[in-house]
Design a protein around this ligand. Structure first.
Ligand SMILES: Cc1cc2nc3c(=O)[nH]c(=O)nc-3n(C[C@H](O)[C@H](O)[C@H](O)COP(=O)(O)OP(=O)(O)OC[C@H]3O[C@@H](n4cnc5c(N)ncnc54)[C@H](O)[C@@H]3O)c2cc1C
Length: 495
């Protein structure tokens, strides 16, 4: 068996979170091995955020062009998927090639290993025949994969996940989408706007079920207006494929057919592949539980979707900063102790001239006030569903706040009743909903739906994050006529 190779840090999984951690630690002068079995960058740049937002940009351009009638004359719109597919292939994903990302990491001084990593006892990671012993820590950033429900017959069919939906070069004539969450709705609207006959099948009683019911109502209405058929409260019980198309058999004898079937019913971490038992961790959990510094256990950190703290790129990046600061702090203390005993930094990376690279300056700025490591705080977690209108939300929904026993006040206003919403006219669906803690006099959650709902959200994120007193929010100046001015109306309606 190969001798373990001593390094400072091993990062397993170079998605958004892992790539950020590995790159920054390497830049700071640690010897970092980054292990990735697929593409460096992970889901977001190749099959997630970036290409899906390119699709949405294109679909929204079509929708805006269709709004010319009645506002600015007439426009004839002829959708064509070819430029969208080309842009995704050439500009977003480099034809699903991660050379640039690998070069970026190795350019920072990291060492890249392609393969599947798994824990192999305390401090050790195995990748095939190679074994690395991590002196300061192991970071798991292994993300999630689509969670495919155990529906009779489904596994035997050529169904799509987000991968095939993003890679598609020629659109099908019709598409069934299992799952009415954020990803399902974003893709449903895109494909419908390009002329695909889309049906969304959702088992719960409303789409976008994690958000406010009012947001579900708007989403439901705008998607239907785009021609999407929405079936809520339908449980898919059996799926069949006859070589030409799919049939989804639902409860109550319902049947839906289409040329393609896209399954977007959630995502799942695959902890059983990580060798967790070799360090005494339970692999049967849904996610890897972490503390507020992203520690899993001694010498192991986790980052991103695998932590179950919200499957968003901005969460992975936020957590990555904390992991980097904590690991650098940890390594500084370890080196300090070793320096005192005269055995310091045997593995610290050396530059081409054999000089030790100093990391003290690289560490500066990563710690919080008075040198403290920042701690993860998800109170003001923002999320945006990029349908048109965008559905942005932060913190608690009204229901979550009530379930926590908060003395809730709600403020609501329709966007169309604001000056900007009225001016905007076609495509002005939306609202602002505020959820306040009446005892503390602060917002604990908010939803902003509208043409720029995700951007308007930023003001509400600051309000929740910094616990800005309601009295201050009421007495600040909101520019006229912006969409965000509707926040002032919602504040007036709090009660
Ligand atoms: C269609 C879609 C749209 C999305 N849109 C948005 C959006 O608009 N905004 C947003 O914030 N988020 C969005 N997301 C979510 C976002 O993509 C994820 O939150 C983000 O990619 C999580 O990053 P991660 O580093 O945790 O994991 P991932 O990106 O999943 O990366 C994990 C990596 O680990 C690798 N890996 C796993 N196991 C091993 C192993 N044992 N050894 C080696 N490598 C391993 C995988 O190959 C993968 O590359 C979207 C997701 C999808 C699917």
């Amino acid at each position: 068996m190969a001798e373990p190779e001593l390094v400072d840090v091993v990062v397993v999984g170079l998605g958004v979170g892992g790539e950020e951690v590995a790159g920054r630690l390497a830049e700071a002068g640690l010897t970092v091995v980054g292990v990735e079995r697929d593409l460096v960058g992970g889901e977001c740049p190749y099959w997630g955020c970036v290409p899906s937002k390119m699709m949405i940009r294109a679909a929204n351009a079509l929708a805006e062009a269709r709004r010319v009638d009645g506002l600015a004359g007439t426009a004839q719109v002829q959708p064509d998927w070819a430029p969208v597919a080309k842009r995704i292939r050439e500009e977003a994903t480099d034809n699903w090639n991660d050379k640039a990302a690998v070069d970026r990491f190795t350019g920072k001084g990291g060492r890249f290993v392609r393969g599947s990593g798994r824990l192999d006892g305390p401090g050790r990671v195995r990748v095939g025949e190679q074994v690395f012993q991590a002196r300061h820590g192991i970071v798991l950033g292994t993300g999630t994969r689509p969670s495919v429900p155990p529906i009779d017959g489904l596994a035997d069919t050529p169904y799509w996940t987000n991968h095939q939906a993003i890679e598609v070069e020629e659109l099908p004539e019709s598409l069934l989408i299992l799952g009415g969450g954020a990803i399902g709705l974003e893709l449903a609207q895109v494909f419908a706007r390009f002329g695909v006959r889309v049906t969304v099948i959702e088992a719960l009683d409303r789409v976008l079920a994690l958000e406010e019911p009012e947001a579900s109502e708007v989403a439901d209405a705008v998607l239907r207006a785009d021609g999407v058929e929405i079936q809520v409260g339908v449980r898919a019980e059996r799926v069949s494929h006859d070589g030409r198309g799919f049939t989804v058999h639902g409860n109550g004898g319902l049947e839906f057919t289409a040329e393609r079937l896209l399954v977007v019913t959630g995502r799942r971490a695959h902890l059983d592949e990580l060798g967790l038992d070799s360090v005494g961790l339970d692999a049967s959990q849904r996610y890897l539980p972490v503390d507020d510094r992203l520690h899993v256990t001694d010498g192991i950190w986790a980052v991103g979707d695998v932590t179950g703290e919200g499957a968003f790129t901005h969460i992975a990046m936020y957590q990555a900063s904390i992991v980097v600061a904590d690991l650098l702090d940890h390594s500084r203390h370890a080196d300090g102790a070793a320096d005192a005993s005269g055995t310091a930094s045997v593995t610290r990376r050396r530059d081409g001239r054999g000089q030790r690279r100093r990391r003290a300056t690289a560490t500066a700025g990563l710690t919080g006030a008075a040198g403290t490591i920042p701690r993860a705080d998800y109170r003001a977690l923002p999320r945006v569903t990029f349908i048109d209108p965008e559905v942005g939300a932060v913190g608690l929904t009204e229901r979550q706040a009530r379930e926590r026993g908060i003395n809730v006040q709600v403020g609501f206003t329709e966007l169309s009743s604001s000056a900007r919403g009225w001016i905007h006219k076609a495509g002005n669906e939306g609202f602002i909903k505020l959820v306040a803690d009446a005892d503390q006099g602060v917002l604990v959650g908010a939803t902003s739906v509208g043409p720029a709902g995700g951007e308007v959200l930023s003001a509400l994120v600051v309000a929740v994050h910094a616990a800005v007193p309601l009295s201050q929010l009421r007495h600040m100046i909101y520019a006229y006529p912006t969409f965000h001015r509707a926040i002032e109306d919602a504040l007036r309606n709090l009660g």
